[in-house]
Design a protein around this ligand. Structure first.
Ligand code: CA
Length: 508
């Protein structure tokens, strides 16, 4: 079904050729490209150290070289506070693709073949489905990681992470060049639309960028150039491993190779006793490489004259704590550096570049993108995310209320069946992030009692060095718990259904 393009045809029939042309300019459906490298810290973009940006944040940007992102930011709406609500690969992707929180998307845990509880629901109308129904050509490149791979043939307890995605699970993406999970950055592999496997022996972000460029130029006649396109690119770096030149491009590593570690890791919360500090050089090299790959896509849009009418988003699935908080796990935690993701949207025809502190949650991304594309009427009923497109267009709009908080979610494996497959998930931690505070509670599996809490004043303690006492901050905790109860009830989270920690959290 071609909706927006056909408006022109109706115009042609009723008011003649001249006004049709004018009409076409006004309503031509925008193309959309959503690029989201994995585990990309919001802090790791060079422009945060530059005038026009640094005054909008209370953290110091990492000393990274990202010339393409720096230029792109000056042409974009740049969010300081976009959140990955369940900051882990698969749950994020589930929320991104479906506009639903993990309890409704189907993707509660990081997907592998044993966790049969966690897989993107086939019956949901996902973002690719909507764009396809609206007449778009839809293409997916790179890491997918939203489905449960088929169990191992001989032994179900052998865990498989990677998978080929059959056509019926691609949710509207006609063109396919993707895989489940595979972390050999210079020997990536992909299954194409017909299921043929490709092993290109090229650093994956650059390879994916070249495939996107080829798709844009329609080199193999793979898309209908009369249709607008919707492209998602799930790059894997700067996701680990980032330990050697097997993981990044040498030319990028040379930028950071001889820099003292304390000139690269400049935050007061860095634990320099961690071995991982040395790996920051490779992580930042991957960041610079991703920037170059992203730049190649932007350059092609310019060459083809498509930049003006293409919505380009740069984001990530979660952050990377990179030696802060004394944790080895770079993600899955309520810390800012784990939850906060890059979020830049460029749409020259419609959006005026500016920096905004909109507390965007991951399920809001799908309806907001559809809204920006003029497809607000096609947003599926019952979607949990909210369309904030009008705030991107006019930050002072009163059309939609700004969100006051974002939920934090952490799940772990629950019960297993006789074959060792995970059939339930345990809602291990919940929390809330507001403009000023982060509050998170962890519970034990047996009795669902509080075992750990975090309370940070993010305005006055941007590096989250002081975990505040709940007892000494009763009023703040009470107010946050009220908000948290409301939000968890709203999304029908298991914590609200089971009234978990109801001596703290007020469920309405
Ligand atoms: Ca990830």
């Amino acid at each position: 079904m071609k909706l927006n393009n056909n408006i022109c045809l109706i115009g042609l029939l009723s008011v003649g050729l001249h006004s049709c042309k004018a009409e076409q300019e006004k309503v031509q459906a925008p193309n959309v490209i959503y690029v989201f490298p994995d585990q990309y810290r919001n802090h790791a973009m060079g422009f945060w150290r530059q005038e026009g940006f640094r005054e909008h944040v209370n953290f110091k940007g990492d000393p990274v070289v990202t010339p393409n992102l720096d230029k792109f930011a000056r042409e974009s709406v740049v969010l300081t506070s976009a959140q990955s609500n369940c900051p882990l690969s698969s749950p994020h992707r589930g929320m991104l693709l479906s506009g639903m929180y993990p309890n409704k998307s189907g993707v509660s845990l990081n997907c592998n073949s044993v966790r049969i509880i966690s897989s993107l629901r086939e019956d949901l109308t996902c973002i690719g489905d909507v764009y396809k129904q609206a007449g778009y050509d839809c293409a997916y490149f790179g890491k997918w990681h939203a489905d449960c791979p088929a169990p191992h043939k001989e032994d179900v307890r052998k865990v498989i992470w990677d998978t080929y995605t059959p056509k019926e699970r691609r949710h509207g993406f006609d063109y396919w060049y993707s895989y489940g999970v595979f972390d050999d950055h210079k020997n990536p592999h992909y299954w194409d639309t017909e299921g043929v496997k490709h092993e290109p022996h090229e650093w994956s972000p650059l390879h994916e960028a070249s495939k996107v460029v080829s798709y844009l130029k329609n080199e193999n006649n793979v898309r209908d150039t009369d249709k607008p396109f919707f492209i998602m690119v799930g790059m894997n770096p700067p996701h680990h491993p980032y330990k050697s030149l097997d993981d990044c491009m040498e030319e990028d590593f040379l930028i950071y190779k001889d820099k003292p570690l304390d000139s690269l890791l400049i935050r007061p919360n860095v634990d320099f006793s961690m071995k991982k500090t040395k790996e920051s050089r490779y992580y930042f090299a991957a960041v610079t490489g991703v920037d170059r790959a992203f730049g190649q896509i932007l350059e092609t849009l310019d060459e083809l004259g498509l930049s003006d009418n293409t919505i380009v988003v740069f984001a990530s699935d979660h952050g990377e704590t990179m030696c802060s908080q004394g944790v080895g796990d770079p993600k899955n935690s309520p810390f800012t550096e784990s939850m906060n993701i890059p979020f830049l949207v460029r749409y020259p025809k419609v959006l005026k570049p500016h920096v905004d502190d909109l507390l965007l949650s991951t399920p809001d991304i799908m309806p907001t993108l559809l809204g920006l594309s003029g497809l607000e009427k096609q947003i599926p009923a019952g979607l949990q995310g909210i369309n904030y497109a009008s705030i991107f267009i006019d930050p002072n709009t009163k059309v939609v209320k700004r969100p006051e908080s974002a939920i934090y979610i952490r799940n772990s494996e629950g019960d297993k069946n006789e074959q060792g497959q995970v059939v339930t998930y345990f809602p291990e931690a919940r929390g809330i992030k507001t403009a000023q505070y982060t509050l998170a509670f962890y519970i034990d599996k047996k009795e669902h009692k509080l075992v750990r809490s975090y309370l940070f004043d993010d305005l006055n303690d941007p590096y989250q060095l002081n975990n505040l006492s709940l007892d000494e901050n009763k009023e703040i905790v009470e107010s946050l718990c009220k908000q948290m109860g409301r939000e968890l009830t709203n999304i029908e989270d298991p914590w609200s259904k089971e009234k978990i920690l109801s001596d703290f959290i007020r469920y309405e």
